[in-house]
Design a protein around this ligand. Structure first.
Ligand SMILES: [Fe+2]
Length: 303
């Protein structure tokens, strides 16, 4: 069996389930984003179960993207999730060099199957639950040409906005931090503790504080809206993480673009970062917006 290191994982995208993608992508586009690819019909998936409708968007960061996926969903397990949760952050996707070996490795290490391994025209892939029930998608590109486009690393707008990753609310932050390190080869960049609050900042092997700053934060529920969502849905993918050179300006731009104010920019006592929260339009999911934050890669490289 291949090791996590040998499976060559890199963070790729966050998927949002939403039934009005045309309307709900516009606040993103007004908030300095660009569409990296739009796939519909049989372009991305070809199965007997239905069609696909995916919009990939990025903003300022090189690698990390969001994907809006619209119904009718192709697979029964997707339709079941939609029936249970509605609009929401559905899964995080990692790229690998060997999807079949990755499935064996994940299932042998506490993950449970959602979608069995399948070979599509452009990639091989599957979906599993992590040990707390959040979805993980794994993709291995198999076509010589097909890739979801990446942006160059270039903070967007006058505020210098970058979409750089996602946060997850955990029932057991320490256990999940160990699991994502051991099984998906993430590396801890920095940890914050204060009383019962905890945030662990991780990234993948490609982390570069200047040119490829994809972040993956694991934390306990700290705000009232996080505690409520955890009570209603269990451990969940909680936020898209943005950074800006000018947080106040980025926050104002976001509200102008159609995001809703949840918390104005305030210094977070745990991380020390000026942090704001907005609700994004695809079903009132949460956006975390912080000041520029680029922890050193020394701990990641040493992992
Ligand atoms: Fe996906």
């Amino acid at each position: 069996m291949k090791t996590a290191r040998e499976l060559d994982y890199s963070l790729h995208h966050l998927c949002i389930y939403d039934d009005k993608p045309r309307e709900n992508m516009f606040p993103y586009l007004r908030w300095h984003h660009g569409i990296t690819n739009f796939f519909s019909g049989g372009v991305f998936h070809v199965t007997g179960e239905g069609h696909s409708d995916y919009t990939f968007m990025g903003c300022g960061g090189r690698a990390y993207q969001i994907q809006i996926e619209a119904p009718p969903f192709q697979f029964e397990y997707e339709r079941n999730w939609w029936a249970d949760h509605g609009r929401g952050y559905n899964h995080i996707c990692w790229l690998t060099s060997d999807a079949r070996a990755s499935m064996d490795h994940l299932l042998a290490n506490g993950a449970t199957e959602v979608m069995p391994f399948e070979e599509f025209p452009t990639y091989d892939g599957f979906v599993v639950h992590d040990p707390e029930g959040r979805w993980i998608e794994i993709m291995e590109y198999t076509d010589d040409n097909f890739r979801v486009q990446e942006f160059t690393h270039a903070p967007s707008g006058q505020c210098g906005l970058e979409m750089i990753g996602n946060a997850e609310i955990c029932a057991d932050v320490d256990a999940m931090s160990r699991w994502y390190q051991d099984v998906l080869d993430l590396r801890v960049l920095e940890e914050f503790h204060e009383d019962t609050d905890q945030v662990v900042v991780l990234s993948d092997k490609n982390y570069d504080p200047d040119g490829r700053r994809s972040l993956f934060m694991l934390q306990n529920a700290r705000t009232d809206f996080e505690k409520q969502h955890l009570a209603d849905h269990g451990p969940y993918i909680s936020a898209i993480i943005y950074q800006a050179k000018n947080v106040e300006r980025a926050f104002d731009d976001g509200v102008w673009a159609g995001m809703l104010e949840l918390q104005k920019p305030t210094r977070d006592s745990l991380t020390g970062l000026v942090t704001a929260y907005l609700r994004e339009p695809c079903g009132s999911n949460v956006i975390m917006l912080t000041e520029h934050y680029a922890p050193g890669a020394s701990s990641a490289l040493a992992a």
